[in-house]
Design a protein around this ligand. Structure first.
Ligand code: ZN
Ligand code: ZN
Length: 231
């Protein structure tokens, strides 16, 4: 596990296979995504390294239902009192412990085929069901930072959301795109056309730094989002 401050009081917790993000505010912590179930000790270690306790978590926001993002939510829920947020389209499955739809399309390329096999076909088929999910909707602004806006960005999954901290010019992009070996489409999409439309929807917004479920954050991100499907 590596903990990096990517913006004042905003941290990337690099769990190896996936990142989650921690926003440290005086009134409590917000965790964006929860890693795999196995990542709970590392997430707690990261929280303690900031001098905080897991009980200081105020809320967990899940970008989508996949096991590398939602798998750790049920375990962490035992440690704090507060909501786990997710979009309705994925929340119904997360509540049942279902962590993916089988009808995904693999993005062209050998590496994507390998990742699909490793992550989707050989990865966890279920997660511990998450109770008491609070639903979030497109355009909803959560009272986190100066306002954290939920942007529904379906495609990778039907209930995928991105989170925009406009004042900080910071976007939490989940798996809308990935940034390993360069910025590119995620290995799988339930609906590739919707995934492209979601990137365009984000590109129309204002942000500089974008953080991903996979790979390092990038700057000048808004412009790079607008270019990704232009060639
Ligand atoms: Zn995913
Ligand atoms: Zn992922």
């Amino acid at each position: 596990m590596e903990l990096r401050e990517i913006y004042s009081n905003i941290y990337q917790i690099d769990l190896g296979a996936v990142n989650c993000y921690l926003i440290n505010e005086p009134h409590g912590l917000t965790l964006i995504d929860a890693g795999y179930a196995r990542d709970k000790p590392d997430i707690i270690k990261a929280i303690r390294r900031l001098g905080k306790q897991p009980a200081n978590i105020q809320q967990v926001i899940l970008t989508h239902l996949h096991p590398d993002h939602a798998g750790g939510a049920a375990g962490l829920q035992q440690e704090f009192e507060g909501p786990v947020y997710a979009h309705a389209a994925d929340a119904t499955l997360i509540a049942e412990g279902i962590c993916g739809r089988l009808s995904v399309q693999v993005t062209p390329g050998f590496i994507n085929w390998c990742l699909h096999k490793a992550i989707v076909l050989l990865g966890p088929r279920s997660i511990t069901p998450v109770g008491q999910i609070r639903l979030i909707n497109d355009s909803e602004v959560l009272p986190i930072l100066a306002g954290l806006e939920v942007i529904h960005t379906p495609g990778h999954s039907a209930g995928h959301v991105s989170l925009l901290a406009e004042h900080e010019q910071l976007l939490f992009a989940g798996d809308v795109l990935v940034n390993f070996g360069g910025l590119k489409p995620a290995p799988v999409y339930e609906d590739p056309a919707a995934g492209k439309a979601s990137v365009k929807k984000l590109a129309a917004r204002s942000f500089d730094l974008a953080c991903f479920g996979h790979g390092k954050p990038i700057t000048n991100a808004n412009q790079r989002f607008s270019q990704i499907y232009s060639s």
